[in-house]
Design a protein around this ligand. Structure first.
Ligand SMILES: *Cc1c(COP(=O)(O)O)cnc(C)c1O
Length: 430
């Protein structure tokens, strides 16, 4: 009886139960047996089928409120009409270009990004994911400074390719793949003194998230990014701000670093940029910093990066955020959701330690690690998708779309509150 309300019946075109079961077994054999076990454990022993806005539907026709949204990617909701229309239109004209001409979608997107980006980030390199954006940012930092050392933070998540993984601050992901890139140090997050203690004239860059996402929505002190800015300036190092999760509206401003008026030298983005329709990533830089890649455009390149389809999606995303007031929506709806979660937290302090967030990037820290699994299984059964952070099991994360309705927020709070109440009863037994 998973899902929200009664099953609507199998959606048109969806495979029957026997075929769903066969496909799941095949997933276990060809994609991942342990992911299949995890899905089944959560009660999701079917296929994700379709959806719109904040609603996700499975192949049995059951509905869920999606408050995970591919780790925040689905800020515009599923199949936002403006984005799907832009991609459809582009699909009939130019998709992957020859790469021997400039093309319109890429220029329009780069132009628009330069307009909304903080400081003097005028140049954009387009790629296909967050990790790739971080790779490019790290390469550019080395080329632009002629230095090799990078300061990152403990608990950071910057992606899982070798360079990005070298910046990522979690042993579990790093250990099996060592040795990683040399020259990286990890200091405690939110602590500018810790950066001051290790930064030198050998430092190429400091890389930080404006809010640590996968580490459990950690919001640094207000003077953190401004102080990193000063430290980098003093030592001739570059400041890389990784906006892959917080950027493009998630926190109620265009970028996470806007909240404390800090302009980076290099900025990465991905997730929301594709509107949940196309994969796309990007990094931006100041003209002086971008110079090595501007001078020789072939020292860093990507076949699919900047393709017309993905760029058409990206441009439609920025237009939608602007014209539909989604930054404001993220602030207002984030406040409603956070207020509701705080009420639940006040009722059940034995389960919830803290609720924190900015806009629609909200974390809820539980009192004990095991509680997350119990709560997630419960809410999923009742039609709400939310999950813990990748680097921190004890923090549940809520990343709903900006198009979520007030009724949907209230319904999610009901489902979540009931699950916490049941978890509290379990917590008392043990
Ligand atoms: C998700 C994420 C990445 C990696 O993005 P992928 O597209 O999964 O490679 C990098 N940095 C941050 C802050 C992220 O949240």
């Amino acid at each position: 009886m998973a899902g929200m309300g009664p099953a609507q019946g199998r959606p048109p075109g969806a495979p029957d139960r026997a075929e769903v079961e066969r496909l799941l077994e095949s997933f276990g054999r060809h994609i991942s047996s342990s992911l299949l076990r995890l899905y089944r454990f959560m009660g999701l022993d079917t296929l994700e089928w379709d959806g719109e806005g904040a609603i996700c539907r499975d192949a049995e026709g059951r509905e869920y409120l999606d408050f995970v949204g591919a780790n925040g990617t689905l800020f515009l909701g599923r199949r936002h009409p403006r984005v799907t229309a832009a991609v459809r239109e582009q699909l009939d004209r130019l998709t992957i270009s020859s790469r021997l001409f400039a093309h319109e979608p890429q220029i329009r997107l780069a132009e628009k990004l330069a307009e909304i980006a903080p400081g003097d980030l005028q140049y954009t390199f387009f790629c296909n994911s967050g990790a790739e954006a971080v790779e490019g940012a790290l390469k550019l930092a080395r080329a632009a400074t002629g230095r090799t050392e990078i300061i990152s933070t403990q608990g950071a998540f910057h992606g899982k390719t070798f360079g990005a993984l070298s910046a990522t601050g979690r042993e579990l992901y790093r250990k099996p793949f060592e040795p990683l890139l040399p020259g990286f140090v990890h200091v405690p997050y939110g602590d500018a003194d810790a950066v001051e203690a290790v930064i030198s004239d050998r430092t190429a860059a400091v890389i930080v998230e404006p809010i640590q996402g996968e580490n459990g929505v950690i919001i640094p002190p207000d003077d953190y990014l401004p102080r990193l800015r000063q430290l980098c300036d003093r030592h001739g190092a570059l400041l890389i701000i990784d906006e892959v999760q917080a950027g493009l509206g998630r926190t109620g401003r265009w970028f996470g670093c806007n909240h404390t008026d800090t302009a980076p030298d290099i900025m990465t983005m991905a997730k929301i940029l594709g509107g949940g329709v196309m994969p796309i990533g990007a990094f931006m830089a100041r003209p002086e910093v971008f110079e090595p890649m501007d001078e020789n455009p072939y020292i860093h390149s990507s076949t699919f990066g900047g393709n017309a389809l993905a760029c058409a999606a990206g441009y439609a995303v920025l237009q939608a955020i602007e014209e539909e007031g989604l930054l404001e929506q993220a602030r207002v709806k984030g406040e409603r959701l956070m207020a509701g979660l705080r009420q639940i937290a006040a009722q059940f302090p034995q389960v919830i330690r803290e609720v924190r967030g900015r806009g629609l990037m909200i974390g809820m820290e539980l009192t004990r690690e095991g509680l997350g699994g119990v709560i997630i299984a419960d809410i999923v059964q009742n039609g709400l998708l939310a999950i813990h952070s990748l680097n921190n099991d004890r923090v549940m994360r809520f990343l709903p779309p900006a198009v979520v309705t007030e009724d949907q927020i209230d319904r999610a709070l009901e489902i979540f509150g009931a699950a916490v109440e049941r978890a509290a009863a379990v917590a008392e037994e043990v």
